[in-house]
Design a protein around this ligand. Structure first.
Ligand code: ZN
Length: 418
């Protein structure tokens, strides 16, 4: 008996997730970073799978992989699908690659079923979203939008090599970055499928969900300067303990977070000096990560928090300095794209849910250029950036058919830009 061609493509998709999950610079764990040999191997595999699906594959000197649907009949604007294929250190195999492989498989299904697109359709595999090697952000997606931050070119990796020198070694004219007409233009639409990396879909018992937007995010570095002293001899009145001050400030972060619905507030990084058993901590540095669905809400949270931190430092009469290291504004996914995704989800599961992403994605960057949409896929325990990251075959299958429906719907009824 002949197997259902959709099932054949779905089973190839599962195999490819496993295969890409083995392409790693470390045999003990999955690590695949920008401009590495392993990324070249993964890129070659992606190109062969794209060609095999009927797309025309190419790679640029940044290591971005592009699969274009070959057609004479299609017109602009374009519909772009994709995600990133780099990983964090000791990663799971779904974060990023799932969105790329799902898009290749969806296009293969559409081609096999004789679909003729009205618009140009591209599958994009971005070379660097995680920013592990050069502490950068969204290199691949920004390159395609012509919004690449060229200040990253002087960043060094842990071996002291600059991004510029590595790119030039690969034959790239780094001066031409952002000069040519970008692949992703303002009238286009970009859609990304990604594991949720959070617990909402699991709690609702749903395979997929529609993303309404991506939260605003701020990282604030705080430095507390007290006075170090002997743990055994300095009485409480004479102490300026930077660590107890920090403890109180971290609780203030938690308080502000608890007071603002749908916000997040975390202190995950802290350095204590001199960090000795018998010394009063004289200096502490820590980083606050704040998120809120909308930028105005984040700013309000920051103001509340800063006034609390000021009050704590004043009461304790201790030196305190804060610096905003990173600030990313929230984005809203396009309402027409959300509608198309919701109707595709409704065809493949009982209930549709829509929510904001607390994590950043390539979509966040691309939304500065064109209309965007995202589909989230349930992952076990909301776990990500971890080798136990897991999305079930059943959920991936539901996501695949949803993706096929969403692509068809948007291509047929490409919304006018209002
Ligand atoms: Zn990702």
């Amino acid at each position: 008996m002949k197997r259902d061609p959709r099932k054949v493509i779905f089973s190839k998709l599962l195999d490819r997730i496993d295969i890409l999950g083995t392409i790693s610079s470390d045999p003990q764990q999955l690590t695949r970073i920008f401009l590495s040999k392993e990324m070249d191997i993964a890129s070659k595999l992606l190109q062969s799978w794209m060609n095999n699906a009927g797309l025309v594959a190419s790679v640029d000197p940044m290591q971005n992989v592009i699969g274009s649907w070959p057609t004479d009949k299609a017109q602009s604007p374009s519909l772009h699908l994709g995600s990133h294929y780099d990983t964090v250190i000791n990663a799971g195999k779904y974060d990023g690659p799932l969105g790329v492989l799902l898009s290749i498989a969806a296009v293969e299904i559409l081609m096999l079923e004789g679909y003729s697109p009205k618009h140009h359709i591209n599958v994009l595999a971005f070379c660097d979203e995680e920013g592990v090697r050069f502490t950068s952000t969204f290199l691949g997606s920004s390159y395609f939008c012509g919004t690449f931050d060229t200040s990253f070119l002087k960043h060094c990796d842990s071996d002291g090599q600059t991004m510029r020198s590595l790119l030039e070694k690969r034959g790239m004219d780094t001066k031409s970055i952002n000069q040519d007409k970008p692949l992703i233009g303002p009238d286009d639409i970009f859609m990304e499928a990604h594991i949720e990396q959070g617990p909402i879909l699991e709690k609702l018992d749903l395979p997929t969900g529609v993303v309404s937007g991506i939260a605003a995010q701020m990282r604030i570095q705080v430095t507390i300067t007290g006075e170090t002293g002997h743990a055994g001899t300095t009485p409480i009145q004479q102490r300026k303990d930077a660590l107890t001050t920090t403890a109180e400030m971290i609780l203030a972060v938690e308080k502000v977070f608890a007071k603002n619905p749908n916000s997040r507030g975390t202190v995950g990084h802290i350095q204590n000096y001199p960090n000795a058993t018998n010394a009063i901590p004289g200096k502490v540095e820590f980083v606050i990560d704040l998120r809120h669905p909308v930028t105005a809400g984040l700013n309000h949270m920051k103001d509340q928090l800063f006034s609390d931190l000021d009050a704590i430092a004043k009461r304790r009469d201790i030196g305190y300095k804060s610096e905003v290291l990173q600030f990313v504004e929230s984005i809203t996914c396009d309402h027409d794209v959300q509608r198309a995704l919701s109707s595709a989800v409704a065809k493949n599961q009982d209930k549709v849910t829509t929510f904001t992403s607390g994590a950043g994605h390539d979509t966040l960057k691309i939304a500065q250029t064109c209309r965007t949409g995202m589909l989230f896929i349930r992952c076990k325990d909301g776990l990500s950036h971890h080798p136990d990251e897991y999305a079930s075959p059943e959920d991936i299958e539901a996501a695949l058919y949803t993706w096929v429906d969403a692509i068809r719907e948007l291509d047929q009824n490409f919304p006018d830009k209002s």
